[in-house]
Design a protein. Structure first.
Length: 186
């Protein structure tokens, strides 16, 4: 049984369509684009997180230097006294106030225990939703005392395509932390 001319034209069109490679690049890009975009966004997010962590480290180092050199003092009405926790937090936040919201900064300063007490109990604890469980401690030390300074900040992170998320808490934040252990010199 001979094939009809209409069917032959259809088969010829199908062969031409199968040999045509003009759109293969667009189709391949459609498959690769979501993965490429996700990787680019993840790289950008990680870079921003490292930048924020670097600023937090620098601020914590400056705060430790203030205490270590006995410069963590404030003068009011001609009276010089050690900085309050709020003043100390503001002094640390002044190092990077354009990048962080100072009201979210968590600062804990206390003398380092001389016994083998677990340092884990000294670190501020957070709930799974990112709220602080226990109040922070702020105790200014004296000359020759080993001190522990912990500075933390809940950094907002954004979920990306393909379910990518760097969040450590249920509220979409990643906790950045810096710990400084030092001895008061003066």
């Amino acid at each position: 049984m001979p094939l009809s001319p209409k069917l032959l034209r259809g088969l010829a069109g199908a062969r031409r369509f199968a040999r045509d490679s003009r759109a293969t690049t667009a189709i391949e890009f459609a498959f690769v684009a979501p993965i490429f975009i996700a990787l680019m966004l993840a790289t950008l997010q990680v870079g921003i997180i490292f930048l924020a962590k670097s600023y937090l480290e620098t601020g914590a180092e400056q705060g430790a230097r203030l205490v270590m050199t006995n410069q963590a003092v404030a003068t009011a009405n001609g009276v010089t006294a050690p900085m309050t926790q709020t003043q100390f937090q503001s002094a640390i936040c002044a190092q990077f106030n354009a990048l962080f919201d100072c009201s979210q900064l968590v600062v804990q300063l206390l003398p380092l225990p001389s016994t083998a007490t677990s340092l884990t109990s000294l670190v501020p604890q957070f709930n799974s939703d990112g709220t602080l469980k226990n109040p922070t401690t702020y105790t200014m030390g004296t000359s020759g005392v080993n001190m522990l300074l912990i500075v933390m900040y809940p950094w907002p992170v954004f979920g990306g395509p393909l379910g990518l998320s760097f969040s450590g808490f249920g509220n979409g934040t990643l906790l950045l932390a810096s710990t400084q252990i030092f001895r008061i010199e003066i």
